[in-house]
Design a protein around this ligand. Structure first.
Ligand code: 1GP
Length: 276
């Protein structure tokens, strides 16, 4: 097994920057296909096996997902993250991007990291303090980081609870727009609107539309997206990416990925039509 605490023989040059390969890959997908589909894998091995992760990733890759996110709010440990990332890399050629739930969510084996700030947390740890602790390690690894503003919308799920969040009400798209504009003005490259993993209400398309009509940076939408119609409506409203975790974990194997393939195709088609 790779030693995840491996220290490079020579320190990286102070000003060297990793090449933005994943960022270029993702923006090219938005440009040419309208929308990115992310499959989220939770590295918490208490609830799933390496074998089931392998199977889900295989199916998602065949169904047309673009990249695999690895992360969760109740993370296990760094060795589990490393094991899961290695498994995914053996299974797919898609980029493996860390979607960190905390400072122990990183591994050098990942292709890139969504470097996130939870903007509507009430606890500075999730807004900037955990990032201060994590950043030097990512620098040492010369890891590609994509600055992403993370905002949690009602109902919020576990992420909202763990992140000590002042949830954005579903009925208040103007508040969501304020966050999105602030994120853009602060220089974030992407915004992630999260409704919470496994919730029964995805981010409202009307909120997505109000935000994407105004901002210029890509909006990722995740949490509670399980049907073709929900994916289509969110894409039609202007999202640049959708994330599916629970559906991938619990549903997509039931029909060998046929339903997932339809969801991805519908979302990409709606996004392209919305651009025209
Ligand atoms: C959670 O947005 C993601 O962080 C995905 O949510 O598990 O509901 O698809 P689901």
């Amino acid at each position: 097994m790779t030693n995840i605490l491996q220290i490079p023989q020579e320190s990286p040059a102070v000003k060297s920057q990793p090449s933005p390969k994943v960022w270029e890959y993702l923006t090219n997908i938005i440009e040419t296909q309208g929308l990115i589909h992310f499959s989220l894998v939770d590295p918490d091995l208490n609830f799933q096996s390496i074998r089931s992760i392998r199977k889900c990733v295989e199916i998602a890759t065949r169904a047309g997902t673009d990249a695999i996110l690895v992360g969760g709010s109740t993370i296990a440990d760094q060795f589990a993250v490393e094991t899961v990332v290695q498994t995914i890399k053996e299974t797919t050629d898609k980029p493996v991007v860390i979607f960190p739930g905390n400072i122990n969510a990183f591994t050098q084996s990942a292709t890139a990291v969504l470097f996130m700030s939870l903007l509507n947390s009430r606890n500075p740890y999730w807004i900037i303090e955990s990032q201060v602790i994590g950043a030097p390690q990512l620098k040492l690894w010369n890891m590609e980081t994509i600055p992403t503003a993370y905002c949690i919308i009602e109902p919020g799920g576990t992420a909202g609870y763990v992140g000590d969040v002042k949830l954005i009400p579903r009925s208040k798209p103007k508040i969501a727009l304020g966050y999105a504009l602030a994120a853009q003005m602060l220089g974030f490259k992407m915004i992630y609107f999260e409704a919470g993993s496994g919730v029964n209400q995805a981010v409202p398309p009307a909120m997505v539309k109000m935000v994407t009509d105004v901002i210029d940076i890509p909006l990722i939408v995740g949490g509670g997206i399980t049907t073709e119609e929900e994916a289509r409506q969110i894409a039609k409203a202007g999202a640049s990416a959708i994330v599916q975790g629970t559906y991938i974990e619990k549903e997509c194997a039931k029909d060998g990925g046929a339903g997932l393939k339809r969801i991805i195709a519908a979302a990409k088609q709606a996004a392209m039509e919305q651009k025209d």
